[in-house]
Design a protein around this ligand. Structure first.
Ligand code: CA
Ligand code: CA
Length: 582
């Protein structure tokens, strides 16, 4: 690999080529990814996750002339949910697809350069479809995670595997779907599997070799470790006190999986990872806060220590995974803040340095489990009668009281990432309005089996819509505008300096709306449902927009009565690229 790079450098010099040879993706390039419009180097268009591009060639005045430049099919019989955000660098697009596939595509023509299909074993256990949400770039590598809980690093030019590492045992329910994060020269990843009683954690590796640098579990009681150059564990302090917030041995299989990956803010030096539900779902057998489940943990990247945590749903009883992205932004008086639209229906604004709660307000119309969030204590005001009942107190000891809860466990927002525009100072939140009947049942842990202790049926709340794209003002907590959508929104959002907000719908449209008013300005039918976040970049004098299309994800699998409403949608698997017609 090194040899071929040297050879091509010499070759270019001998030929007197004027082509710019890429030196590889550096930490400095990743740190300023958000402001460089000619590439997309990270998930979130910048590790802060704002999903904002300053580009404005395509703008509110001319977006009606946006037309396809090319489209490429992921092919094969493997379709299902396509939740991937592409990356663009050095004339190539890197895009992952369902079933742990990744493609490199000529970004100008749409010609496939190479593809890698990870060999998946029988018996993988992804809870919520065979999705992948994207890759990371570092040096001349493109790195992504797989459904059997591995990390694979490939040569950007050839698609050859440079290194491969196992994160954990897929037979115990571990899997991986998130895009890895690069921060301060380290590759940071989480893990999926909260429905199987795995132990959530954040891992840091050397992106060039895959070697572990530190591991920080997100269930209180588990040890974190640093690793020396020889790969030996060294103690890195305990993660809280055993049995302080978990009864008995439940912490050993406590969930809190970090399945949506993380964000990183160079101004604070902290990586922010959201944590999923405590396991099992039945909350009555684990009284206590069950740290660090359903929370944001802020990790000092240099040491692997949790610097602060903020728990959105202590002692969760509704599967309100707190995995949602913590997006940092500049607040008043030079304060660095972070925003998070949680599955539990509340939008939180925290001080990104210390985790202090600055503001919390609902971003959905119906929330039953809490009447609000106490801004002094930072804790939710629970509505006790709206917690699913204790099965041991039920009539037959096998089923607790059924309650109707909103949001549903699929959340006021789920995996689809929001955007923040420093131009409008609004967050653009893809929200869903739905509820569920939920009840608890007795449950014991068994390796590789679902570990819920709950049953549920998801129901729409309104006749005419479930999804709602909302512009939220983080200062006032007000919805500035909203665009309703019949199907639940499941793709992400892109905001641009051209006063535009782009987002996709399960009905198959990629849409552009006015960032200040939400007015519909453009839409294009991609041929299958869009459940992935759009990107934009400029190549030479042309700005492009891209999005992956392919209906699937958790809704058709778990959506109950909602799934019946969207079962007419067709599967697919392709990436679309657009530019303005002259
Ligand atoms: Ca960039
Ligand atoms: Ca969960």
């Amino acid at each position: 690999m090194k040899k071929s790079l040297v050879a091509s450098v010499i070759g270019a010099a001998l030929l007197g080529s004027t082509a710019v040879l890429a030196a590889g993706v550096t930490d400095a390039m990743i740190e300023k990814d958000a402001s460089t419009g000619n590439d997309v180097l990270s998930s979130g268009l910048g590790t802060e996750g704002q999903r904002y591009s300053p580009l404005k060639q395509i703008n509110a005045g001319n977006v009606s002339k946006l037309t396809p430049a090319w489209s490429m099919s992921f092919g094969g019989e493997k379709q299902r949910g396509q939740e991937s955000q592409p990356l663009v660098y050095n004339g190539k697009m890197f895009v992952t697809a369902s079933y742990s596939r990744i493609f490199a595509v000529d970004v100008k023509t749409g010609t496939k350069l190479w593809k890698y299909e990870h060999r998946l074993p029988d018996g993988i256990m992804p809870c919520c479809d065979v999705v992948n949400r994207g890759a990371a770039l570092y040096d001349n590598l493109v790195i992504f995670s797989t459904l059997d809980a591995q990390l694979v690093a490939l040569n950007q030019d050839t698609g050859e595997v440079v290194w491969k590492e196992k994160i954990d045992d897929y037979q115990a329910g571990y899997s991986n779907t998130a895009a890895p994060l690069i921060a301060k020269g380290l590759l940071l990843t989480g893990t999926s599997g909260g429905e199987f009683g795995v132990v959530g954690r954040v891992e840091a590796r050397d992106p060039r070799t895959g070697q572990l640098v530190w591991v920080r579990p997100t269930v209180e009681g588990h040890m974190g470790y640093k690793y020396d150059k020889a790969g030996n564990k060294t103690e890195n302090g305990i993660s809280g006190t055993t049995n302080k917030s978990w009864p008995g041995d439940l912490w050993k299989t406590g969930g809190a999986s970090t399945w949506l990956g993380g964000t990183f803010d160079n101004k604070t030096g902290l990586a922010y990872f959201g944590t999923g539900n405590p396991a099992p779902w039945n909350s009555h057998i684990r009284p206590g806060d069950n740290l660090f489940s359903c929370a944001t943990v802020a990790i000092d990247v240099a040491t692997g220590q949790i610097k602060w945590h903020y728990q959105n749903t202590p002692n969760d009883g509704w599967d309100f995974d707190g995995v949602n992205e913590f997006v940092t932004f500049d607040g008043p008086n030079g304060k660095r803040l972070g925003g998070k639209a949680d599955r539990n229906g509340f939008f939180y604004v925290l001080d990104a340095e210390n985790g202090k709660l600055e503001n919390a307000f609902p971003f959905v119309k119906k929330v039953t489990w809490a009447s609000g969030v106490d801004l002094k204590t930072g804790r939710p005001n629970f509505v006790p009668e709206n917690r699913p009942g204790d099965p041991s107190k039920g009539a037959d000891g096998k089923k607790g009281n059924v309650v109707f809860a909103a949001p549903s466990f699929l959340g006021g927002k789920n995996q689809m990432p929001m955007a923040y525009s420093p131009k409008t100072n609004y967050f653009y939140v893809p929200a869903n309005e739905w509820g569920m009947d939920i009840w608890n049942e007795p449950i014991t842990y068994k390796k590789g089996a679902a570990y819920l202790g709950a049953g549920f049926t998801i129901k729409p709340l309104n006749e005419d819509y479930i999804g709602a794209m909302r512009a939220m003002d983080p200062k006032t907590g007000k919805i500035v505008w909203e665009n309703k959508n019949p199907a639940p929104l499941w793709g992400g959002v892109l905001a641009t300096g051209g006063d535009l907000v782009f987002y996709g719908t399960p009905e198959g449209y990629l849409k552009a709306v006015d960032s200040k008013t939400g007015k519909d300005l453009w839409k294009f039918q991609t041929g299958s449902g869009v459940v992935a976040p759009p990107i934009t970049w400029q190549d030479g004098d042309t700005q492009y927009v891209a999005v992956v299309s392919g209906w699937g994800g958790a809704v058709p699998l778990w959506g109950g009565e909602v799934a019946k409403k969207v079962n007419f949608l067709e599967q697919g698997g392709s990436v679309w690229v657009f530019k303005l017609t002259k």
